[in-house]
Design a protein around this ligand. Structure first.
Ligand SMILES: Cc1cc2nc3c(=O)[nH]c(=O)nc-3n(C[C@H](O)[C@H](O)[C@H](O)COP(=O)(O)OP(=O)(O)OC[C@H]3O[C@@H](n4cnc5c(N)ncnc54)[C@H](O)[C@@H]3O)c2cc1C
Length: 446
Protein backbone atom coordinates (compact mmCIF):
# COMPACT_ATOMS: atom_id res chain seq x y z
CA UNK A 1 0.00 0.00 0.00
CA UNK A 2 1.49 3.32 -1.03
CA UNK A 3 -0.84 5.77 0.66
CA UNK A 4 0.99 7.82 3.28
CA UNK A 5 -0.68 8.93 6.48
CA UNK A 6 0.58 11.31 9.10
CA UNK A 7 -0.06 10.80 12.78
CA UNK A 8 0.87 13.77 14.91
CA UNK A 9 1.88 13.03 18.50
CA UNK A 10 3.19 9.67 19.74
CA UNK A 11 1.20 9.83 22.97
CA UNK A 12 -1.55 7.40 23.91
CA UNK A 13 -3.97 8.19 21.08
CA UNK A 14 -1.26 8.72 18.44
CA UNK A 15 0.62 5.49 19.23
CA UNK A 16 -2.62 3.47 19.09
CA UNK A 17 -3.57 5.08 15.77
CA UNK A 18 -0.12 4.67 14.20
CA UNK A 19 0.09 0.98 15.12
CA UNK A 20 -3.43 0.25 13.79
CA UNK A 21 -2.65 1.91 10.46
CA UNK A 22 0.80 0.31 10.19
CA UNK A 23 -0.82 -3.10 10.69
CA UNK A 24 -3.12 -2.26 7.79
CA UNK A 25 -0.03 -1.71 5.64
CA UNK A 26 0.01 2.08 5.34
CA UNK A 27 3.21 4.11 5.38
CA UNK A 28 2.87 6.14 8.55
CA UNK A 29 4.85 9.27 9.40
CA UNK A 30 4.64 9.44 13.18
CA UNK A 31 5.65 12.96 14.16
CA UNK A 32 6.58 13.52 17.81
CA UNK A 33 8.30 16.58 19.26
CA UNK A 34 9.75 14.95 22.39
CA UNK A 35 12.57 14.83 23.48
CA UNK A 36 13.59 17.94 21.47
CA UNK A 37 10.68 19.82 23.04
CA UNK A 38 8.96 18.68 26.24
CA UNK A 39 5.38 19.38 27.27
CA UNK A 40 5.90 20.22 30.94
CA UNK A 41 4.27 16.97 32.08
CA UNK A 42 6.15 14.31 30.05
CA UNK A 43 9.68 13.45 31.18
CA UNK A 44 10.89 10.83 28.68
CA UNK A 45 11.28 10.36 24.94
CA UNK A 46 9.10 7.24 24.94
CA UNK A 47 5.82 6.92 23.09
CA UNK A 48 2.61 6.44 25.10
CA UNK A 49 4.09 7.86 28.29
CA UNK A 50 1.66 8.05 31.21
CA UNK A 51 2.10 11.55 32.59
CA UNK A 52 0.69 10.92 36.03
CA UNK A 53 -1.05 7.95 37.69
CA UNK A 54 -0.16 4.44 36.48
CA UNK A 55 -3.80 3.33 36.69
CA UNK A 56 -5.99 2.75 33.68
CA UNK A 57 -9.02 2.32 35.90
CA UNK A 58 -11.33 -0.59 36.53
CA UNK A 59 -11.41 -3.83 34.56
CA UNK A 60 -14.89 -4.65 35.79
CA UNK A 61 -17.30 -4.83 32.86
CA UNK A 62 -19.94 -3.38 35.13
CA UNK A 63 -17.92 -0.16 35.38
CA UNK A 64 -17.90 2.52 32.69
CA UNK A 65 -14.11 2.44 32.34
CA UNK A 66 -14.00 -1.38 32.23
CA UNK A 67 -16.61 -1.44 29.50
CA UNK A 68 -14.75 1.16 27.43
CA UNK A 69 -11.54 -0.89 27.57
CA UNK A 70 -13.37 -4.07 26.57
CA UNK A 71 -15.00 -2.29 23.62
CA UNK A 72 -11.62 -1.02 22.43
CA UNK A 73 -10.02 -4.45 22.87
CA UNK A 74 -12.75 -5.99 20.74
CA UNK A 75 -12.14 -3.35 18.06
CA UNK A 76 -8.43 -4.21 17.97
CA UNK A 77 -6.65 -2.02 20.52
CA UNK A 78 -2.95 -2.80 20.84
CA UNK A 79 -2.30 -0.47 23.77
CA UNK A 80 -4.86 -2.11 26.06
CA UNK A 81 -3.52 -5.53 25.09
CA UNK A 82 0.00 -4.45 26.06
CA UNK A 83 -1.28 -2.72 29.20
CA UNK A 84 -2.75 -6.03 30.34
CA UNK A 85 0.61 -7.73 29.73
CA UNK A 86 2.37 -5.03 31.77
CA UNK A 87 -0.11 -4.96 34.63
CA UNK A 88 0.90 -4.83 38.27
CA UNK A 89 -1.33 -6.18 41.07
CA UNK A 90 -4.11 -3.71 41.95
CA UNK A 91 -7.29 -5.67 42.60
CA UNK A 92 -9.84 -5.38 39.85
CA UNK A 93 -8.27 -2.38 38.19
CA UNK A 94 -5.66 -2.18 35.47
CA UNK A 95 -2.51 -0.59 36.86
CA UNK A 96 0.63 -0.92 34.85
CA UNK A 97 4.39 -0.84 35.05
CA UNK A 98 4.64 2.49 33.26
CA UNK A 99 8.21 2.05 31.95
CA UNK A 100 7.62 -1.54 30.90
CA UNK A 101 4.51 -0.38 29.07
CA UNK A 102 6.05 2.39 27.02
CA UNK A 103 9.15 0.29 26.30
CA UNK A 104 6.87 -2.39 24.85
CA UNK A 105 5.00 0.17 22.77
CA UNK A 106 8.31 1.56 21.53
CA UNK A 107 9.46 -1.93 20.50
CA UNK A 108 6.24 -2.46 18.56
CA UNK A 109 6.52 0.90 16.79
CA UNK A 110 10.22 0.27 16.02
CA UNK A 111 9.35 -3.13 14.59
CA UNK A 112 7.25 -1.64 11.78
CA UNK A 113 9.36 -0.73 8.77
CA UNK A 114 6.40 1.26 7.48
CA UNK A 115 6.36 3.61 10.48
CA UNK A 116 8.73 6.50 9.91
CA UNK A 117 9.38 8.17 13.28
CA UNK A 118 10.06 11.85 12.86
CA UNK A 119 11.33 13.85 15.80
CA UNK A 120 10.06 17.34 15.13
CA UNK A 121 7.43 19.82 16.16
CA UNK A 122 4.46 19.87 13.78
CA UNK A 123 3.34 23.46 13.45
CA UNK A 124 0.98 23.81 10.53
CA UNK A 125 -1.82 21.56 9.32
CA UNK A 126 -1.16 20.32 5.79
CA UNK A 127 -4.48 19.21 4.32
CA UNK A 128 -2.85 17.61 1.27
CA UNK A 129 -1.86 14.56 3.36
CA UNK A 130 -4.30 12.39 5.36
CA UNK A 131 -3.54 13.23 8.98
CA UNK A 132 -4.64 12.28 12.49
CA UNK A 133 -3.86 15.01 15.00
CA UNK A 134 -3.38 13.60 18.50
CA UNK A 135 -1.16 16.13 20.23
CA UNK A 136 -2.96 15.92 23.54
CA UNK A 137 -3.81 18.29 26.38
CA UNK A 138 -0.42 20.00 26.18
CA UNK A 139 -0.21 20.51 22.43
CA UNK A 140 2.63 22.82 21.40
CA UNK A 141 1.61 26.47 21.05
CA UNK A 142 2.47 26.85 17.37
CA UNK A 143 0.08 24.05 16.40
CA UNK A 144 -2.57 25.34 18.80
CA UNK A 145 -2.29 28.71 17.08
CA UNK A 146 -2.66 27.11 13.67
CA UNK A 147 -5.70 25.07 14.75
CA UNK A 148 -7.28 28.36 15.81
CA UNK A 149 -6.50 29.89 12.43
CA UNK A 150 -7.91 26.88 10.57
CA UNK A 151 -10.99 26.23 12.68
CA UNK A 152 -11.73 29.54 14.39
CA UNK A 153 -10.39 31.25 17.50
CA UNK A 154 -13.59 30.51 19.42
CA UNK A 155 -13.21 26.78 18.72
CA UNK A 156 -10.04 26.20 20.69
CA UNK A 157 -9.65 26.12 24.46
CA UNK A 158 -6.53 26.21 26.62
CA UNK A 159 -7.86 25.06 29.95
CA UNK A 160 -10.69 23.31 31.72
CA UNK A 161 -12.66 25.10 34.35
CA UNK A 162 -15.30 22.53 35.03
CA UNK A 163 -18.12 22.41 37.54
CA UNK A 164 -19.15 19.03 38.98
CA UNK A 165 -21.72 17.07 36.97
CA UNK A 166 -24.28 14.84 38.70
CA UNK A 167 -26.77 12.21 37.58
CA UNK A 168 -30.34 13.48 37.58
CA UNK A 169 -31.61 10.14 38.89
CA UNK A 170 -29.66 10.71 42.14
CA UNK A 171 -31.28 14.09 42.90
CA UNK A 172 -33.87 14.30 45.66
CA UNK A 173 -36.85 16.07 44.08
CA UNK A 174 -38.67 16.31 47.38
CA UNK A 175 -36.29 19.20 48.02
CA UNK A 176 -35.15 20.21 44.53
CA UNK A 177 -37.60 21.78 42.08
CA UNK A 178 -37.79 22.71 38.40
CA UNK A 179 -37.96 26.42 37.48
CA UNK A 180 -36.32 29.10 35.43
CA UNK A 181 -35.66 32.53 36.94
CA UNK A 182 -38.78 34.70 36.99
CA UNK A 183 -40.57 31.91 35.10
CA UNK A 184 -38.94 33.09 31.88
CA UNK A 185 -38.98 30.37 29.22
CA UNK A 186 -39.59 26.77 30.17
CA UNK A 187 -38.67 25.45 33.63
CA UNK A 188 -35.40 23.90 32.47
CA UNK A 189 -33.24 24.30 35.57
CA UNK A 190 -33.13 22.09 38.62
CA UNK A 191 -32.97 24.28 41.73
CA UNK A 192 -31.67 23.25 45.14
CA UNK A 193 -32.85 25.79 47.71
CA UNK A 194 -31.12 26.62 51.00
CA UNK A 195 -32.20 28.18 54.27
CA UNK A 196 -29.78 30.47 56.14
CA UNK A 197 -28.32 27.75 58.41
CA UNK A 198 -27.87 25.39 55.45
CA UNK A 199 -26.05 28.09 53.52
CA UNK A 200 -23.76 28.86 56.48
CA UNK A 201 -22.85 25.20 56.84
CA UNK A 202 -22.16 24.98 53.08
CA UNK A 203 -20.05 28.16 53.24
CA UNK A 204 -17.97 26.77 56.11
CA UNK A 205 -17.19 23.61 54.12
CA UNK A 206 -16.38 25.58 50.98
CA UNK A 207 -13.99 28.01 52.61
CA UNK A 208 -12.09 25.42 54.67
CA UNK A 209 -11.86 22.65 52.03
CA UNK A 210 -8.48 21.60 50.64
CA UNK A 211 -7.60 22.72 47.12
CA UNK A 212 -5.75 20.72 44.48
CA UNK A 213 -2.26 22.03 43.66
CA UNK A 214 -1.58 23.53 40.22
CA UNK A 215 1.46 22.56 38.12
CA UNK A 216 4.09 25.18 37.27
CA UNK A 217 3.02 25.14 33.61
CA UNK A 218 -0.49 26.01 34.67
CA UNK A 219 0.39 29.26 36.40
CA UNK A 220 -1.49 32.16 34.86
CA UNK A 221 -4.03 30.08 32.93
CA UNK A 222 -7.06 30.78 35.03
CA UNK A 223 -7.12 34.55 35.37
CA UNK A 224 -10.40 35.00 33.52
CA UNK A 225 -12.29 32.28 35.33
CA UNK A 226 -12.79 32.35 39.05
CA UNK A 227 -13.25 29.12 41.01
CA UNK A 228 -16.18 29.15 43.42
CA UNK A 229 -13.89 28.77 46.45
CA UNK A 230 -11.99 31.93 45.47
CA UNK A 231 -15.25 33.80 44.93
CA UNK A 232 -16.47 32.65 48.36
CA UNK A 233 -13.30 33.87 50.05
CA UNK A 234 -14.32 37.44 49.12
CA UNK A 235 -17.14 37.47 51.66
CA UNK A 236 -19.94 35.33 52.99
CA UNK A 237 -22.59 36.91 50.78
CA UNK A 238 -20.65 37.06 47.50
CA UNK A 239 -22.16 33.80 46.23
CA UNK A 240 -25.70 34.88 47.18
CA UNK A 241 -25.26 37.80 44.79
CA UNK A 242 -23.55 35.60 42.21
CA UNK A 243 -24.14 31.98 41.16
CA UNK A 244 -26.33 31.19 44.20
CA UNK A 245 -28.68 34.17 43.77
CA UNK A 246 -32.15 33.19 45.07
CA UNK A 247 -34.23 36.00 43.51
CA UNK A 248 -36.92 35.03 41.04
CA UNK A 249 -36.78 31.32 41.85
CA UNK A 250 -40.00 29.88 43.24
CA UNK A 251 -40.97 26.39 44.17
CA UNK A 252 -44.57 26.26 43.04
CA UNK A 253 -45.34 23.57 45.60
CA UNK A 254 -44.93 26.24 48.31
CA UNK A 255 -47.72 28.82 48.40
CA UNK A 256 -46.24 32.33 48.28
CA UNK A 257 -48.43 35.30 48.87
CA UNK A 258 -46.01 37.87 47.52
CA UNK A 259 -43.44 37.37 44.84
CA UNK A 260 -40.48 37.83 47.14
CA UNK A 261 -37.52 35.61 47.91
CA UNK A 262 -38.63 32.20 49.05
CA UNK A 263 -35.10 31.06 49.82
CA UNK A 264 -31.81 32.34 51.27
CA UNK A 265 -29.67 30.89 48.46
CA UNK A 266 -30.23 28.53 45.52
CA UNK A 267 -27.88 26.21 43.64
CA UNK A 268 -28.98 25.81 40.02
CA UNK A 269 -28.24 22.81 37.82
CA UNK A 270 -28.27 22.96 34.04
CA UNK A 271 -28.79 20.12 31.55
CA UNK A 272 -25.48 18.78 30.34
CA UNK A 273 -26.20 16.00 27.85
CA UNK A 274 -28.63 15.34 25.02
CA UNK A 275 -30.57 12.72 26.97
CA UNK A 276 -30.96 14.93 30.06
CA UNK A 277 -29.39 12.35 32.39
CA UNK A 278 -26.61 14.68 33.52
CA UNK A 279 -26.78 18.12 35.11
CA UNK A 280 -23.93 20.51 35.96
CA UNK A 281 -23.87 22.89 38.93
CA UNK A 282 -24.05 26.37 37.43
CA UNK A 283 -21.09 28.60 38.33
CA UNK A 284 -19.41 25.91 40.43
CA UNK A 285 -16.12 25.58 38.55
CA UNK A 286 -13.71 24.49 41.26
CA UNK A 287 -10.21 23.37 42.04
CA UNK A 288 -11.07 21.63 45.32
CA UNK A 289 -9.79 18.12 45.95
CA UNK A 290 -12.33 15.52 44.82
CA UNK A 291 -13.22 14.18 48.25
CA UNK A 292 -13.86 17.74 49.39
CA UNK A 293 -16.08 18.37 46.37
CA UNK A 294 -18.13 15.32 47.28
CA UNK A 295 -18.54 16.61 50.85
CA UNK A 296 -19.51 20.06 49.55
CA UNK A 297 -21.96 18.89 46.87
CA UNK A 298 -23.64 16.44 49.23
CA UNK A 299 -24.15 19.21 51.80
CA UNK A 300 -26.53 20.89 49.33
CA UNK A 301 -30.21 20.13 50.07
CA UNK A 302 -31.50 17.82 47.35
CA UNK A 303 -28.00 16.56 46.50
CA UNK A 304 -27.45 14.53 49.70
CA UNK A 305 -27.04 11.35 47.66
CA UNK A 306 -25.84 12.95 44.44
CA UNK A 307 -23.87 10.65 42.21
CA UNK A 308 -21.05 12.78 40.81
CA UNK A 309 -20.04 11.53 37.35
CA UNK A 310 -17.50 14.26 36.71
CA UNK A 311 -15.68 16.29 39.35
CA UNK A 312 -14.81 19.91 38.85
CA UNK A 313 -11.27 20.60 37.68
CA UNK A 314 -9.18 23.55 36.70
CA UNK A 315 -6.14 22.58 34.74
CA UNK A 316 -4.21 23.26 31.58
CA UNK A 317 -5.89 21.30 28.83
CA UNK A 318 -5.97 22.16 25.18
CA UNK A 319 -9.04 20.89 23.40
CA UNK A 320 -11.05 21.75 20.34
CA UNK A 321 -14.72 22.60 20.19
CA UNK A 322 -15.60 19.22 18.70
CA UNK A 323 -19.33 19.95 18.15
CA UNK A 324 -18.30 22.57 15.59
CA UNK A 325 -15.21 20.90 14.17
CA UNK A 326 -15.84 17.14 14.11
CA UNK A 327 -18.46 14.70 12.97
CA UNK A 328 -19.24 11.47 14.82
CA UNK A 329 -16.44 9.63 13.01
CA UNK A 330 -13.83 12.07 14.46
CA UNK A 331 -13.28 13.48 10.98
CA UNK A 332 -13.11 17.25 10.59
CA UNK A 333 -16.04 18.79 8.77
CA UNK A 334 -13.68 21.15 6.99
CA UNK A 335 -11.10 18.68 5.66
CA UNK A 336 -12.34 15.09 5.11
CA UNK A 337 -8.77 13.72 5.32
CA UNK A 338 -7.97 15.32 8.68
CA UNK A 339 -9.09 13.56 11.88
CA UNK A 340 -8.57 14.42 15.54
CA UNK A 341 -8.07 11.95 18.39
CA UNK A 342 -7.25 11.77 22.08
CA UNK A 343 -7.71 14.35 24.77
CA UNK A 344 -7.58 17.12 22.18
CA UNK A 345 -11.10 16.15 21.07
CA UNK A 346 -12.59 16.86 24.51
CA UNK A 347 -12.50 13.37 25.99
CA UNK A 348 -10.62 13.12 29.26
CA UNK A 349 -8.45 10.29 30.52
CA UNK A 350 -5.94 7.67 29.42
CA UNK A 351 -8.53 5.08 28.34
CA UNK A 352 -10.66 7.63 26.53
CA UNK A 353 -7.61 8.92 24.65
CA UNK A 354 -6.48 5.45 23.58
CA UNK A 355 -10.00 4.50 22.47
CA UNK A 356 -10.51 7.60 20.35
CA UNK A 357 -7.05 7.09 18.81
CA UNK A 358 -8.17 3.65 17.70
CA UNK A 359 -11.51 4.91 16.42
CA UNK A 360 -9.94 7.73 14.38
CA UNK A 361 -7.54 5.21 12.83
CA UNK A 362 -10.38 2.80 11.97
CA UNK A 363 -12.17 5.62 10.20
CA UNK A 364 -9.03 6.95 8.50
CA UNK A 365 -8.51 3.48 6.99
CA UNK A 366 -12.12 3.43 5.79
CA UNK A 367 -11.90 6.97 4.45
CA UNK A 368 -8.86 6.10 2.34
CA UNK A 369 -10.55 2.96 1.04
CA UNK A 370 -13.67 4.95 0.18
CA UNK A 371 -15.80 2.97 2.60
CA UNK A 372 -18.62 4.37 4.68
CA UNK A 373 -17.23 5.75 7.95
CA UNK A 374 -18.22 4.12 11.23
CA UNK A 375 -20.48 5.92 13.68
CA UNK A 376 -21.18 4.26 17.00
CA UNK A 377 -24.50 4.68 18.74
CA UNK A 378 -24.74 5.79 22.35
CA UNK A 379 -25.53 2.32 23.63
CA UNK A 380 -21.77 1.78 23.58
CA UNK A 381 -19.46 3.64 25.95
CA UNK A 382 -17.19 4.84 23.14
CA UNK A 383 -20.20 5.91 21.07
CA UNK A 384 -21.69 7.74 24.04
CA UNK A 385 -18.40 9.60 24.62
CA UNK A 386 -18.23 10.68 20.99
CA UNK A 387 -21.90 11.60 21.04
CA UNK A 388 -21.22 13.80 24.06
CA UNK A 389 -18.21 15.63 22.64
CA UNK A 390 -19.94 16.26 19.31
CA UNK A 391 -23.33 17.25 20.80
CA UNK A 392 -24.07 20.44 18.86
CA UNK A 393 -26.21 22.08 21.53
CA UNK A 394 -23.43 22.31 24.11
CA UNK A 395 -23.15 25.93 25.17
CA UNK A 396 -19.47 25.21 25.65
CA UNK A 397 -18.05 21.72 25.50
CA UNK A 398 -16.38 20.65 28.73
CA UNK A 399 -14.20 17.55 28.58
CA UNK A 400 -15.74 14.29 29.76
CA UNK A 401 -14.57 10.86 30.85
CA UNK A 402 -16.44 7.58 30.47
CA UNK A 403 -19.41 7.32 32.83
CA UNK A 404 -22.81 5.64 32.90
CA UNK A 405 -24.68 8.92 32.75
CA UNK A 406 -23.87 9.48 29.06
CA UNK A 407 -25.00 6.07 27.85
CA UNK A 408 -28.51 5.50 26.48
CA UNK A 409 -31.05 4.61 29.17
CA UNK A 410 -32.45 1.10 29.11
CA UNK A 411 -36.13 0.35 28.80
CA UNK A 412 -37.79 -1.64 31.54
CA UNK A 413 -38.90 -1.45 35.10
CA UNK A 414 -37.33 1.85 36.13
CA UNK A 415 -37.97 1.41 39.86
CA UNK A 416 -36.44 -2.05 39.96
CA UNK A 417 -33.46 -0.98 37.87
CA UNK A 418 -32.89 2.11 40.03
CA UNK A 419 -32.61 -0.12 43.08
CA UNK A 420 -30.48 -2.78 41.42
CA UNK A 421 -27.53 -0.95 39.91
CA UNK A 422 -25.67 -4.18 39.21
CA UNK A 423 -28.50 -5.53 37.11
CA UNK A 424 -28.78 -2.21 35.29
CA UNK A 425 -25.07 -2.17 34.49
CA UNK A 426 -25.11 -5.81 33.43
CA UNK A 427 -27.84 -5.05 30.89
CA UNK A 428 -26.09 -1.90 29.66
CA UNK A 429 -22.75 -3.66 29.41
CA UNK A 430 -24.01 -6.67 27.43
CA UNK A 431 -26.06 -4.42 25.16
CA UNK A 432 -22.91 -2.37 24.42
CA UNK A 433 -20.73 -5.39 23.74
CA UNK A 434 -23.31 -6.91 21.40
CA UNK A 435 -23.37 -3.64 19.47
CA UNK A 436 -19.56 -3.56 19.30
CA UNK A 437 -19.56 -7.11 17.99
CA UNK A 438 -21.83 -5.99 15.12
CA UNK A 439 -19.56 -3.02 14.40
CA UNK A 440 -16.53 -5.28 14.41
CA UNK A 441 -18.22 -7.50 11.82
CA UNK A 442 -19.06 -4.46 9.70
CA UNK A 443 -15.43 -3.33 9.86
CA UNK A 444 -14.18 -6.75 8.85
CA UNK A 445 -16.75 -7.39 6.13
CA UNK A 446 -17.25 -4.08 4.39
C1 LIG B 1 -0.60 16.79 34.10
C2 LIG B 1 -1.61 15.82 33.60
C3 LIG B 1 -1.91 14.69 34.37
C4 LIG B 1 -2.86 13.77 33.91
N1 LIG B 1 -3.13 12.68 34.68
C5 LIG B 1 -4.01 11.75 34.25
C6 LIG B 1 -4.25 10.57 35.04
O1 LIG B 1 -3.67 10.37 36.09
N2 LIG B 1 -5.15 9.67 34.56
C7 LIG B 1 -5.81 9.85 33.38
O2 LIG B 1 -6.60 8.98 33.00
N3 LIG B 1 -5.58 10.94 32.62
C8 LIG B 1 -4.70 11.90 33.02
N4 LIG B 1 -4.46 13.03 32.25
C9 LIG B 1 -5.26 13.26 31.06
C10 LIG B 1 -4.92 12.45 29.77
O3 LIG B 1 -5.46 11.18 29.92
C11 LIG B 1 -3.49 12.33 29.42
O4 LIG B 1 -2.98 13.60 29.21
C12 LIG B 1 -3.28 11.46 28.13
O5 LIG B 1 -1.91 11.26 27.99
C13 LIG B 1 -3.86 12.08 26.89
O6 LIG B 1 -3.55 11.28 25.78
P1 LIG B 1 -3.29 11.92 24.32
O7 LIG B 1 -2.85 10.83 23.46
O8 LIG B 1 -4.47 12.70 23.93
O9 LIG B 1 -2.12 12.96 24.58
P2 LIG B 1 -0.61 12.67 25.03
O10 LIG B 1 -0.49 11.33 25.63
O11 LIG B 1 -0.21 13.86 25.85
O12 LIG B 1 0.19 12.67 23.67
C14 LIG B 1 0.36 13.82 22.89
C15 LIG B 1 1.74 13.78 22.29
O13 LIG B 1 1.84 14.82 21.32
C16 LIG B 1 3.11 15.44 21.43
N5 LIG B 1 2.99 16.78 20.85
C17 LIG B 1 2.32 17.86 21.33
N6 LIG B 1 2.35 18.87 20.44
C18 LIG B 1 3.07 18.43 19.37
C19 LIG B 1 3.43 19.01 18.13
N7 LIG B 1 3.07 20.24 17.77
N8 LIG B 1 4.19 18.28 17.27
C20 LIG B 1 4.58 17.01 17.57
N9 LIG B 1 4.25 16.41 18.76
C21 LIG B 1 3.47 17.12 19.63
C22 LIG B 1 3.40 15.39 22.92
O14 LIG B 1 4.78 15.49 23.16
C23 LIG B 1 2.83 14.03 23.30
O15 LIG B 1 3.77 13.01 23.22
C24 LIG B 1 -3.52 13.97 32.68
C25 LIG B 1 -3.21 15.09 31.91
C26 LIG B 1 -2.26 16.00 32.36
C27 LIG B 1 -1.94 17.18 31.51
Amino acid sequence: MTEKIRVIGAGLAGSEAAIYLAKKGYKVDLIEMRPKFQTGAHTTSYPAELVCSNSLGSLDLLSASGLLKEEALKLGSTLFEIAKKCSVPSGNSLSIDRFGFCEEIKKIIDSFENINQINEKYEKIDSSIPTIIATGPLSANELAQNIKEEFGEENFHFFDAIAPIVEKSSINFEKAFWASRWDKGSADFINCPMEKEEYEKFYEILTTAQRAPLHDFEAGYFEGCMPIEVMASRGIDTLRFGPMKPVGLFDKRIPTEFKKNQFYAVVQLRQDDKQANLYNLVGFQTNLKWKEQKRLVQSIPGLENASIVRYGVMHANTFINSPKILNKSLQTKKYPNIFFAGQLTGVEGYCESISTGLFAAINMDRYIKNKELIKLNNQTMLGALIDYITFEEHKKLQPINSNWGIIKEIEGDKKKLKKDKNLKNQIRSSRALEEIEKIKNTIEET
